[in-house]
Design a protein. Structure first.
Lengths: 440, 180
C-alpha cells in the first residue's frame, strides 16, 4: 500500500476512534481529520467539492430550519401532551402510543429532535404513574430508530444513501416502509413480553394518573397559534412534496406548460423550499432560527465526507471493493454481508460515519453487480444496527443522556441485552423481506 | 461515574448542546414539579361567607373533594356596615338590618351545608358580626386552607373580577387559598 494510502487509512481510523470516544467534539475530530488529508494534498480542492455530499448537507439544513421554526410554536409539546392524555392512564397504552408517535415523527423529522422533545413528557408520565421509566425510554429509542429507517428523510444514514444513490422518497417508503411497520409490531410485542409485568398499576393509581394528565392543557403548550398552524401546514406540504419530488415537473407541466415535464426536485431542494416558505410565511427572525441550526452536525458530516474521500482518492475503497468482488459470488451474498456488517458495525461505530464509509464501497461494487438491493441492505443494517448499543445512534445517546440527568441510569450491559435482541430480530426480519424481494 | 456514563454525557453534550435546557424550560411552564404533584395534607378548610356569596360552585367542590377535610363555613355580617347604619340612621335600623342578614345567612349556611353533606364533607358552621377581611385573616391561621368566593365582601357586580377584600386576604394569609 502506498504511503498516502496508509496515511488516509490512519487518519480515517484515528478520526473514528476520536468519534467513538468523543473526548474531542465529533465535529472537531472530523474537521481535524479532513484538515490533515487536505493539507497533505490527498484530497485536492476540486475533489473535495465532489466528495462533500451537498445533497445530504442541504437536506439536513432545510429540515433543521423547518423543525427549529416549528419548535417555537409548541407543536412538539402539544403532540406529547395529546399522546399522554390519549393513553388514558394505562401504562401499556402509554408505551404503545409513545412508540408509535415517536416512530411516525422520527420518520419525517430528525430523530434527535423527536426524542429530545418527547422524552421529558415520557419521564413525566412515568413519574405520574409511579413506574420505572426505563422500559418506556428504551422502547422510545428503538421506535425512533425503526421509524427513522422507514423514509428517506427519517435517519441520517438514509439521507446519505438517498443522496448518493439518487433514490427517491417513494422508493424508500416502498422498500423500507413495510419492513419498519412490521418491525414496529414485533418491537411492541417484544417490549410487552420483556417489560409487561413491570407495568401494572392499580385502578386507583390509574384513576389518579388520568386526573393528573387531564389537568394538563395541551393548548397551553401552544405558545404561538399562528406559527403552530403555519408550521403544521408547511410540514404537511413538505411531506407531500417529498412524495412527488421526482414527478414535480410532470405535475407542474399540466398547469405551467413551460415547466419541463421530466424535471424532478432533489430531496434537499424540497427541504430548502419548505424552509424558505415557512420562514417567509411565519415572519420568524431568520437570525434566531439560523442560530438554532446544528452547525456542528453539518460540519461533522462535511468532515466525514472528506475523510472518506481520502480513502477513495488513494484507492483504498477500490481495493476493498475488489477483494469483496473476488470473494462474493452473488447479489444475495453481498446483501447478507452488507446488512449484517452494517448492523453490527453501526452498533459500535455510530451509524453516520459507518454509512459515509460504506457508500463509496458499494458504489465501487456497482461495476460488477446490481447494487440497487445493496442500498436497502445498507439502510436496513445502518439504521437498525443503531439499536444495538447505547452509542449506536444519536437518539440512544439523547434519551439515555436525559435519563441520566433525571436520575435514571441505564447501564451499557442492561441496554446491550435488549438492544442486541431487538437488533438481531428486526434486522433478520428486514433482511428476510429484502431477500424475498430481490433474491428469490 | 463509569466510562459508559461519562461517554454518554460527552456524546450527549456534543449532540444536544444547550437544547435540552431550553426544552426543559418550555415544559416547566405547564408540567407540574415533583412538589406540585404532591397533594398537601389538608384536614380543615375555612369557607368564609357573607351576603354577597350565594353559592359554592361545582368546580370548587370538585377541588375540595381532593382533600379529606372538615369544612368550616363562617358567615360574617360586616360590623362596619352595621356601625355606619347606626350612625347615619338609628340603632333600630341597624338591628333590623342585622336580623335580616342573619336570617339570610342561616338560610345560606343550611343550603350549603346540605350540599356539602351530599358530597360527603364533614361540615361545621358559625355566624358572627365582624370584620370581613381581618377576621378571616385571623381565623385562617387555624386552618390548612381557605376557600374564598370571588364576590366575597364585594358587591353585586356581574363581571368576573375578584373582590379587593379577597385579594387583600390572599396577600396577608400564609394558608393556601383557593378562589372560586
Amino acid at each position: 500500500m502506498e504511503t498516502v494510502a496508509l496515511i488516509a487509512v490512519a487518519v480515517f481510523l484515528f478520526t473514528y476512534a476520536l468519534i467513538i470516544d468523543e473526548r474531542i467534539h465529533r465535529a472537531v475530530a472530523a474537521m481535524l481529520g479532513a484538515a490533515i488529508v487536505v493539507f497533505i494534498g490527498i484530497v485536492p480542492w476540486e475533489a473535495l467539492l465532489e466528495h462533500v455530499d451537498f445533497g445530504t448537507i442541504f437536506l439536513l439544513l432545510g429540515m433543521m430550519i423547518i423543525v427549529n421554526t416549528a419548535r417555537g410554536s409548541g407543536l412538539f409539546e402539544y403532540i406529547a401532551i395529546r399522546t399522554a392524555k390519549l393513553a388514558g392512564g394505562s401504562p401499556i397504552r402509554v408505551l404503545v402510543l409513545f412508540a408509535i408517535v415517536t416512530a411516525v415523527v422520527s420518520a419525517f423529522l430528525d430523530n434527535v429532535t423527536t426524542v429530545l422533545l418527547l422524552t421529558p413528557m415520557l419521564l413525566y408520565v412515568a413519574r405520574v404513574m409511579k413506574l420505572n421509566p426505563v422500559p418506556f425510554l428504551v422502547t422510545e429509542i428503538f421506535a425512533s430508530n425503526i421509524g427513522g429507517a422507514a423514509t428517506l428523510i427519517g435517519d441520517p444514514p438514509n439521507i446519505m444513501i438517498g443522496s448518493a444513490a439518487g433514490l427517491s422518497f417513494n422508493e424508500f417508503l416502498i422498500h423500507l416502509g413495510p419492513i419498519m411497520a412490521i418491525n414496529m409490531v414485533i418491537l411492541l410485542g417484544m417490549m410487552y413480553l420483556i417489560y409487561g409485568r413491570s407495568m401494572r398499576v392499580s385502578p386507583g393509581e390509574q384513576k389518579e394518573m388520568v386526573r393528573t394528565l387531564d389537568g394538563l392543557d395541551e393548548r397551553a403548550a401552544i405558545t404561538d397559534r399562528s406559527l403552530f398552524n403555519k408550521s403544521v401546514a408547511v410540514i404537511l406540504f413538505v411531506v407531500l412534496l417529498f412524495f412527488v419530488h421526482d414527478q414535480v415537473g410532470a405535475i407542474l407541466h399540466t398547469v405551467l406548460p413551460f415547466v419541463d415535464p421530466t424535471m424532478g426536485l432533489e430531496p434537499a431542494e424540497v427541504a430548502l423550499i419548505g424552509a424558505a416558505i415557512l420562514l417567509f410565511w411565519s415572519r420568524q427572525s431568520p437570525e434566531e432560527i439560523f442560530e438554532k441550526i446544528e452547525w456542528p452536525a453539518l460540519f461533522f458530516f462535511g468532515g466525514l465526507f472528506i475523510i472518506v474521500g481520502a480513502l477513495v482518492e488513494t484507492g483504498v475503497i477500490a481495493s476493498i471493493a475488489s477483494v469483496m468482488i473476488e470473494n462474493i459470488n452473488s447479489t444475495g451474498e453481498a446483501m447478507f454481508i452488507v446488512t449484517w456488517f452494517a448492523a453490527i458495525a453501526s452498533a459500535i461505530v455510530d451509524n453516520i460515519p459507518l454509512t459515509a464509509a460504506m457508500i463509496p464501497l458499494i458504489q465501487n461494487l456497482g461495476a460488477t453487480m446490481d447494487i440497487y438491493p445493496l442500498w436497502w441492505a445498507l439502510a436496513l443494517g445502518a439504521c437498525l444496527g443503531g439499536n444495538g448499543t447505547i452509542i449506536g445512534a444519536s437518539a440512544n445517546v439523547v434519551v439515555i443522556g436525559i435519563a441520566e440527568r433525571e436520575g435514571f441510569h441505564i447501564s451499557f450491559v442492561e441496554f446491550l441485552k435488549v438492544g442486541m435482541l431487538v437488533l438481531f430480530v428486526t434486522v433478520a426480519v428486514g433482511f428476510g423481506i429484502l431477500w424475498l424481494k430481490f433474491v428469490v | 461515574m463509569g466510562y459508559s456514563s461519562s461517554l454518554i454525557q460527552r456524546k450527549f453534550k456534543d449532540i444536544v448542546g444547550k437544547r435540552y435546557e431550553s426544552v426543559l424550560k418550555e415544559y416547566s411552564e405547564f408540567l407540574l414539579t415533583d412538589e406540585e404533584m404532591l397533594v398537601p395534607e389538608v384536614r380543615s378548610i375555612l369557607v368564609p361567607l357573607d351576603s354577597f356569596v350565594h353559592e359554592i360552585t361545582d368546580e370548587a367542590i370538585d377541588v375540595l373533594s381532593a382533600y379529606n377535610a372538615t369544612i368550616s363555613l363562617a358567615y360574617i355580617t360586616d360590623a362596619g356596615v352595621l356601625d355606619l347604619l347606626e350612625q347615619t340612621l338609628d340603632r333600630q335600623s341597624a338591628e333590623d338590618f342585622r336580623a335580616k342578614k342573619e336570617a339570610d345567612g342561616r338560610e345560606l349556611l343550611e343550603r350549603i351545608t346540605e350540599r356539602l353533606k351530599e358530597h360527603g364533607f364533614p361540615t361545621q358552621t358559625r355566624m358572627f358580626v365582624g370584620q370581613t377581611g381581618d377576621d378571616v385573616v385571623r381565623m385562617a391561621k387555624n386552618y390548612d386552607m381557605i376557600a374564598l368566593n370571588r364576590r366575597y365582601a364585594d358587591g353585586e357586580a356581574t363581571d368576573l373580577s375578584i373582590s379587593p377584600t379577597v385579594l387583600r386576604i390572599c396577600q396577608r394569609v400564609e394558608t393556601p387559598a383557593l378562589i372560586y
